[in-house]
Ligand binder design. Structure first.
Ligand code: BG6
Length: 464
């Protein structure tokens, strides 16, 4: 089988805070992303009138979406992943009524996509929440936030039920342990017990959103979203293998709860032995039983795990607890490139859950060079995506049910980890630099034509 299925969804993935800009326009409130100008691991900086950050304008998608969507359509996209900024709908999170201007904006956006038969895949919360909920309630550490989120979810399901059928709850829900402010609105120095309690509230909210989607959106499907952090043992030493199992479970447990409807025994043991006494009510346990329809995930790299503490110490500083794989090359940002790992991960997730899978992020962040004639020859990006898509196709042949592929950043956008524009992922170049200079003009890179052909041939043009 050399082509992807007829029904396969092809497209790109974005997030509101990384593309829209217009950070205070039409009644929008401040989000956690707005107060983290240095990115998801950066410090919180209170905004003062007149200050500015790169995300305030981002790539100005808020105003330029018609042009961008027409370019996506030209590539043949039949799917586009976007997120709704919660703060456009409920600027403070606890407002009595939703902000009509915010709701109207996404109506226009979804209508524009409909013109080209592009199916929206909408993330309810992509790495941001109303800053006012953090300041006034303590973020997801406060159980009340579950209710505010459920109200927001129900509001957008009601409003867009005829326009949006595919939904995701929380982006990379398993990142909260590494970026507590971004994930759950908690300060970076929060204890693990506090973070797990906040995560619990978010898992309950995710399940309530699943139920709400099923209640409201006819033929709606809703998935979770995991950072696909596949780890390999650095050696075949049983200690390394067991530690790898534990490391993988530290992120897989989110999926276990969202797909199976209850906490698995290994995480309950971990809580017990760590002395974490989480408040989990009977109503919470009942709510968690609403499980997702499909599993979506991001995939960029793999890493290795060792039980050797000396080696671990040397490798510290990575996002996840991993040491580099001596067999893999890395991107300019040190992310290890492993296309076969994507096939492994797809099979692991399929074997574990037997629910449809969706790759909702994959791509190469790289510095691009604009030639004198304006062309951008991003062969490195083409080769990265080609090799990952080949492995996704292999996984389908293995029997994995794969719904689609939305490459991360089909248009250059602000990177999440360090809020840089120089880390580019797009098929479409945006003339804007880290210092904010540039015209914001869009131009096509070499990969634009390449992806267009991949989609047109349903993958037959990929090189093995
Ligand atoms: C994922 C996020 O972690 O990776 C995206 O869901 C993010 O928001 C992407 O942009 C790539 O990371 P970065 O830091 O290169 O932008």
């Amino acid at each position: 089988m050399k082509t992807f299925p007829q029904t396969f969804l092809w497209g790109g993935a974005t997030a509101a805070n990384q593309i829209e800009g217009a950070y205070l326009e039409d009644g929008k409130g401040l989000s956690t992303s707005d107060v983290q100008p240095q990115g998801v691991f950066g410090d919180v900086v209170e905004r003062v009138p007149g200050d500015s950050g790169i995300k305030d304008i981002a790539i100005d998608f808020y105003h330029r979406y018609p042009e961008d969507i027409s370019l996506f359509a030209e590539m043949g996209f039949n799917c586009l992943r976007v997120s709704i900024a919660w703060t456009r709908i409920f600027p403070n999170g606890d407002d009595a009524t939703p902000n009509e201007a915010g709701l109207a904006y996404y109506d226009k956006l979804f209508d524009e996509m409909a013109k080209y038969n592009i199916t929206p895949l909408v993330t309810l919360s992509h790495y941001e929440m109303p800053w006012a909920l953090v300041k006034n309630y303590g973020g997801w550490g406060n159980r009340k936030v579950i209710g505010f989120f459920e109200r927001y979810a129900r509001t957008v399901f009601e409003r867009y039920q005829s326009k949006v059928k595919l939904w995701l709850t929380f982006n990379e829900i398993n990142m909260s342990l590494h970026a507590p402010m971004t994930g759950v609105g908690l300060p970076a120095d929060s204890s693990k017990a506090q973070v797990y309690q906040a995560i619990h509230h978010q898992l309950v909210a995710s399940a309530l959103a699943v139920k709400a989607c099923h209640d409201i959106v006819a033929e709606g499907k809703i998935g979770n979203m995991l950072l696909g952090g596949l780890m390999y043992p650095l050696s075949c030493k049983p200690e390394d293998v067991f530690k790898t199992l534990q490391e993988n479970r530290s992120w897989q447990f989110f999926g276990d709860v969202q797909c199976r409807g209850a906490y698995p025994g290994y995480i309950l043991r971990y809580f017990r032995e760590s002395g974490f006494t989480l408040e989990i009510t009977d109503a919470d346990r009942e709510a968690l039983k609403s499980t997702v329809d499909f599993i979506s995930f991001s995939y960029y790299m793999t890493g290795c795990v060792t039980a050797d503490e000396a080696l671990n110490q040397k490798a510290r500083g990575n996002i996840l607890n991993m040491v580099p794989n001596p067999h893999l090359a890395s991107s300019e940002w040190g992310w290890q490139i492993d296309p076969l790992g994507l096939r492994t991960l797809l099979n692991v997730l399929w074997d574990r859950y037997q629910k449809p899978l969706f790759i909702v992020e994959n791509g190469l962040g790289a510095k691009d060079k604009v030639e004198a004639d304006g062309s951008i020859n991003d062969d490195y990006r083409i080769s990265y995506l080609n090799d990952h898509l080949v492995q996704a196709r292999e996984a389908i042949a293995d029997g994995v049910e794969l719904m689609g592929f939305t490459s991360w950043g089909p248009i250059d956008l602000v990177s999440a980890s360090k809020a840089e524009l120089s880390k580019r992922y797009g098929f479409i170049y945006v003339d804007r630099n880290d210092d904010g200079s540039g015209t914001l003009a869009r131009s096509k890179k070499k990969s634009f034509g390449w992806y267009k052909e991949v989609i047109a041939t349903r993958g037959a043009s990929l090189k093995e």
